[in-house]
Ligand binder design. Structure first.
Ligand code: C2O
Ligand code: CU
Ligand code: CU
Length: 492
């Protein structure tokens, strides 16, 4: 065992008594449960946070090529054979403005089909825009073109592959990146950080581990919990400074319950939503696919950004084995605030409130039932018969499940009949959360991933404006999506 440094001690102290420390390239620290993510190899003392490369639009345009290819990178301090966009994990951050045109040539240098989805962007789902029915075969390319409306909500978005059946595996292997839509007026902060949280598992050869069928049914959670591909990087700042964090939960199945004790966190918004005034929070819960836009105002001290346990339930009838990992706390980063006091560059002013759909006329009400259950073969013959369905059916690209009148506002009740949470995601048209498991919201909470708790329900209202065409809704535990928990919507 290597000696415990002050920083380790601080980390472990914050993690409770179950922690152990081991040295070398292996396990750094681990917790009571064997299913906990390890910290990977500890960063060299003071190893700072790395950021993905940034590409910014100019004169209303951003044009780029994204090459999806296997590559050798470092993940959590270990050499890893991953899948990369343009050679990095995460891929480049794209910075856009409302009204911009984004043109991406996707080149598929993988050994399997892929495609591209711009998660959360309010853009057309048709043709060569955000069309998830496009399949790009190995060795081929595809030219995507997205036009953001001039009133596109500013915020944090992201891109990732969406070829049905391969989504979880490709994201778990490293294919994801952030998209930022800038505010009309810059927020007065000392610095901005883009923080993509992901998890993955490396096998002994340093390649991305495949998931078993059981893991896919529970939703795979990786052993390495990563922030911009790093394990517990160090973030430094001065007391009094203000930062803006753009956090993306790019994990395939892991919920992130984030906490940064000792510092003030204010939530500007989740997904494409925003609050007129930043909301002071102690904790942030991000389902897979969710993003958070956060302000921090620093006081001197050192603390760990922690991912706390979250119980998202388990498989019906499975004891232990099919249970989603839930217990134990993991550190994502160390935040060290010291030195001469700095000062924030100005006052944060209120931003315009979002439209409230609670008073909008509702054109139709629907129920969307998310279920897991034994199909042909049943539970007796192993878990092979487990079906993941929406309204009783598994995904079929050829079938349109829901037809909606363009321009209307609908109210959907999302019902979960299974003992596991399902984060429900709808493309293109953001949802306003109205009621969450019996709790009626008193704020405008607009998001594109809404968690439907195990055996629970949620009600949302959706404005089907601006765009028509076919797209999808699905569980953002991407293994569940790949296993069939997805439906096709057509707005016309
Ligand atoms: Cu983040 Cu349908 O996807
Ligand atoms: Cu999406
Ligand atoms: Cu699910």
């Amino acid at each position: 065992m290597r000696p415990i440094s002050r920083r380790d001690a601080l980390l472990l102290g914050g993690l409770g008594t179950a922690a152990t420390v081991a040295g070398g390239a292996g396990l750094w620290w681990s917790l009571a449960s064997s299913q906990q993510p390890t910290g990977g190899t500890p960063p060299a003392q003071g190893s700072g946070l790395r950021s993905p490369p940034e590409l910014r639009s100019a004169d209303g345009r951003l044009q780029l090529t994204l090459d999806a290819a296997p590559g050798q990178v470092e993940l959590g301090g270990r050499p890893a054979g991953a899948l990369c966009y343009n050679g990095t994990v995460p891929g480049p951050t794209l910075r856009l403005r409302p009204g911009d045109e984004l043109t991406i040539r996707l080149v598929n240098s993988l050994g399997e089909p892929t495609n591209l989805h711009v998660h959360g962007l309010h853009v057309s789902p048709q043709a060569n825009s955000d069309n998830v029915f496009v399949a790009v075969r190995p060795g081929e390319g595809f030219d995507y073109s997205y036009r953001l409306p001039p009133d596109h909500p500013p915020g944090v978005y992201w891109y990732h592959p969406h070829h049905h059946g391969m989504v979880a595996g490709q994201i778990f292997a490293g294919l994801f990146g952030a998209i930022i839509v800038e505010d009309p007026e810059a927020m007065p902060v000392n610095r901005e950080r883009v923080l993509l949280v992901s998890d993955t598992t490396l096998d002994s050869a340093g390649n991305i581990a495949a998931a078993s069928f059981m893991e896919r049914m529970a939703g795979r959670e990786g052993e390495l919990l990563l922030l911009n591909g790093q394990s517990i990087p160090l973030l430094t700042a001065r007391p009094g400074e203000r930062e803006r964090w753009r956090i993306v939960n790019a994990c395939v199945a892991r919920f992130l319950r984030l906490r940064l004790d000792g510092q003030q966190l204010q939530l500007l918004g989740l997904d494409s939503g925003r609050f007129p005034d930043p909301e002071t929070v102690n904790e942030l819960l991000l389902a897979p696919g969710n993003r958070a836009d956060v302000l921090l105002t620093y006081t001197a001290g050192e603390s760990a950004l922690q991912a706390l346990p979250y119980d998202r339930g388990g498989m019906p009838g499975m004891m232990g084995q099919g249970r989603a990992p839930a217990d134990g706390t993991a550190a994502l980063a160390i935040v060290r605030v010291d030195g001469e006091p700095g000062a924030p560059p100005g006052t944060v002013t209120a931003r315009p409130a979002l439209e409230d759909l609670r008073s909008a006329p509702v054109a139709a009400r629907r129920q969307i039932i998310l279920a897991m259950g034994g199909g042909p073969g049943g539970m007796g013959g192993g878990m092979g018969g487990m079906r993941f369905t929406i309204n009783g059916r598994e995904y079929s690209e050829a079938r349109t499940d829901t037809v909606v009148a363009a321009g209307s506002v609908e109210e959907w009740t999302l019902v979960n009949t299974s003992p596991m949470d399902h984060p429900f995601h709808l493309h293109v048209w953001p949802m306003q959360l109205i009621e969450d498991n019996g709790r009626v919201l008193d704020v405008v909470d607009r998001r594109d991933v809404v968690t439907v708790r195990a055996n629970g329900r949620a009600t949302v209202r959706i404005p089907f404006r601006d765009f028509s065409g076919r797209s999808v809704y699905h569980c953002h535990i991407l293994d569940h999506e790949d296993l069939g928990m997805m439906g096709v919507i057509e707005v016309r």
